[in-house]
Design a protein around this ligand. Structure first.
Ligand SMILES: [Ca+2]
Ligand SMILES: [Ca+2]
Length: 255
């Protein structure tokens, strides 16, 4: 009986001893595996973290690309609008420049027109007029021309053929004339025979002082232009042939 008990006890001890050993071995294996797997797990965890980071970065990159594409499209649209506006502005600028050029040309033409008008108002530089009595006269001393040329020459130098209005003016001008020379004056009867008018006023002369027996419409009824005729040692009025050549007297109210 004791032997059996001892054997039983021994068996129990053996069994329990084997279980402890197995557990010890198992614990050792876990620790071993754990020690072996831990770096692997760490690497795996790191790789997983890197993968997650990569996914996150990829997602961010995708969002960035999407945003970038959207911004590029927006910028392209804005650039197109800016180009369109620049084109419109350029066209408007060209139109404005054309209008400015046209207005400048018109202003220039108006200025030139005004300058010409001002020039026409100015007396054309010519021989000096001299004051004789209350008026200014230019007495041509050498060039003899017909009556019509004399009218034009006086106009060119800013005056007109002398239009004597009274005895005082007549006396004043007579004292300046060359003996033997004849001088054209303004009166004529070209429009109607015998009715003398002034080429200046288109009216009947205010003053007449004819030589005796003048006007006579002499030279075969062909005398129609007034002159201060030197005859009988005196300058008095006569109707002469308009085409003959005389000296002439121009008049104007200012020098
Ligand atoms: Ca006549
Ligand atoms: Ca006559």
């Amino acid at each position: 009986m004791n032997t059996l008990f001892v054997f039983f006890l021994a068996s129990v001890l053996v069994v329990y001893g084997s279980e402890d050993e197995s557990k010890q071995q198992e614990t050792s294996c876990v620790n071993y595996c754990s020690n072996i797997m831990k770096p692997v797990l760490n690497v795996t965890r790191n790789l997983q973290n890197q993968v997650n980071d990569f996914k996150h970065q990829t997602k961010c990159l995708s969002q960035f690309e999407s945003t970038n594409k959207m911004m590029e499209e927006k910028f392209a649209s804005q650039d197109k609008k800016i180009d369109q506006k620049l084109g419109d502005l350029s066209n408007a600028t060209e139109e404005i420049m054309e209008q400015i050029k046209l207005q400048g040309k018109q202003v220039k033409e108006q200025l030139e027109h005004l300058q010409k008008a001002e020039e026409l108002k100015k007396p054309i530089p010519g021989p000096a007029y001299q004051r004789i009595g209350s008026k200014y006269y230019y007495i041509e001393e050498s060039e003899e021309v017909n009556w019509f040329v004399a009218v034009n020459k006086c106009f060119i130098i800013g005056g007109h053929l002398i239009s004597i209005e009274n005895q005082d003016e007549f006396n004043a001008i007579k004292g300046k004339l060359q003996a033997t020379k004849n001088y054209w004056i303004d009166i004529n009867d070209l429009a109607k025979e015998g009715e003398f008018i002034s080429v200046v006023t288109r009216q009947k002369p205010k003053f007449l002082n004819w030589h005796i027996n003048e006007p006579n419409n002499g030279a075969s009824f062909n005398e129609h232009c007034g002159e201060l005729w030197f005859h009988n040692e005196n300058h008095l009025m006569n109707d002469g042939i308009c085409e003959k050549k005389n000296l002439f007297i121009c008049e104007r109210t200012e020098n």
